[in-house]
Design a protein around this ligand. Structure first.
Ligand code: DOR
Length: 437
């Protein structure tokens, strides 16, 4: 019997409407009791006075790069970065090489995630073979495999053919799958380097209009209504998309969506310096869109904060803007950006922030063991100091890649400890090496 007593923390658990100073007793990997003045003979005491204890964060959108680009990230290094960032579950995107479009590939990723043992690696599957948008991937087999795939996406590409999208949605209804879209009409976005608008015109870079995202979002919402399929829109970035989701929800459709920390923090003005670190897809948008994303997070139109953690090799990012691949690493900065940009300025309460980072993504993905501190649940939790400031140093990231646009920024909110199934994966801000099994 292993007992841990986390004492004197501010326990914030939106799932059970808890927000109070309390102790948490963990026993044999589960949450045994929450209360004040607890004492357990022989328990290891972790005093977290002044810190927040919340359910472990859940990232719906992580690029792990393994198999195929282990020089950029591996399942083990992404797991370490995730644990350091306060996560206990991450959802592996399928644009690997080979693509996660069959049971054998998703099961391999799932098994490697278990082997790394630092977070739960939930595996998504591709919608189409090779992410080409032409032939269906092995949807039924992936849903029924050991990895039990629930979320399907061609992320990195939008599905261009409306009939194909319809047929996939019809199929996914039968396996209770979620159709997750990277909304981008290629005919409008092709060759685009950044958001199309005043700044792109001034910089002389080809633009990606907001409509490239919004047209596909509107199409998918219509198809979700037609087929009854659950729809999740990935990394929404424009005011128009947020409004489309708001309306779909008020119409009672099964539509959810996520937004990234970079879209609620940065705008296209950041591109003035032609820094490839700020190149991302969908692109950073003007202030009006950023404000709409924040409003969506506030009123619940946007269900989840997801990182779109996208590691890239330094030699590839270190090129002229037009040649650099889009993407940035986000697992280790998401919580602090949420506190700095949303909680501190008063846009979100801490409880709502935890809801967007943990409770709701866990519910969407159907992860019963995450997103809640209810007694009897597996002890998946994060302890963080919401007031501690730290400077982002790319060299200190646990991720194998260092492509962050936030280098040198001082952020508020520091992860102290992470517990995964009761095992401490991060202690005093350091990933516990022995936690790797
Ligand atoms: O910026 C991005 N990078 N957006 C995506 O959709 C894909 C990702 C990647 O895999 O690099």
């Amino acid at each position: 019997m292993s007992d841990v007593l986390i004492t004197n923390g501010r326990v914030v658990d939106p799932a059970t409407s808890l927000d109070e100073i309390a102790d948490i007793h963990l026993t044999d990997g589960s949450i045994a009791r929450i209360g004040t003045g607890l004492s357990v003979a022989g328990a290891e005491i972790v005093d977290v006075t002044g810190a927040v204890v919340a359910p472990g964060l859940v990232d719906m959108h992580t690029h792990l790069r393994e198999p195929g680009r282990e020089d950029e990230e591996t399942i083990a290094t992404a797991s370490a970065a995730a644990a350091a960032g306060g996560y206990t579950a991450i959802c592996a995107m399928p644009n690997t090489d080979p693509v996660q479009d069959s049971a054998s590939v998703v099961d391999q990723v799932w098994a490697s995630g278990r082997e790394a043992g630092l977070v739960e690696v939930v595996v998504s599957g591709a919608l189409s073979k090779g992410l080409k948008g032409e032939r269906m991937a092995d949807l039924g087999e992936m849903a029924g495999s050991a990895a039990r795939v629930r979320l399907f996406t061609d992320d990195g590409h939008g599905v261009q053919d409306a009939l194909f999208a319809r047929r996939v949605m019809e199929y996914l209804v039968s396996v209770d799958g979620i159709y997750a879209e990277h909304c981008e009409v290629e005919a409008l976005a092709a060759g685009g380097q950044m958001h199309e608008g005043e700044t792109s015109h001034r910089l002389g870079l080809r633009g990606i209009p907001a409509e490239a995202e919004e047209l596909m979002a509107a199409r998918d919402i219509a198809l979700a209504k037609m087929t009854g399929c659950r729809l999740h829109l990935l990394h929404v970035s424009t005011a128009g998309t947020v409004e489309l989701v708001r309306r779909a929800k008020s119409d009672g459709l099964h539509v959810t969506c996520e937004a990234t920390p970079h879209h609620f923090t940065l705008t296209d003005a950041t591109l003035e310096g032609y820094d490839p670190m700020c190149k991302v897809n969908p692109p950073l948008r003007p202030a009006r869109d950023r404000a709409a994303v924040i409003e969506g997070l506030k009123d619940g139109t946007i269900d989840a904060i997801a990182t779109d953690h996208a590691p890239h090799a330094q030699q590839e990012k270190d090129q002229e803007f037009s040649y650099a691949p889009p993407g940035l690493v986000g697992l280790e900065t998401a919580l602090a950006l949420t506190i700095t940009e949303l909680v501190d300025p008063g846009h979100l309460t801490l409880a709502v922030a935890v809801e967007r980072l943990s409770t709701t993504p866990a519910r969407i993905l159907g992860l019963d063991g995450h997103g809640s501190l209810a007694t009897g649940r597996p002890a998946n939790l994060v302890v963080f100091d919401p007031a501690a400031e730290w400077m982002v140093d790319p060299m200190k990231l646990r991720s194998k890649s260092r492509n962050t646009p936030f280098a040198g920024r001082t952020l508020k909110g520091k992860v102290l400890h992470t517990f995964f199934n009761g095992k401490q994966t991060v202690t005093a801000g350091e990933v516990v090496r022995g936690a790797l099994v």
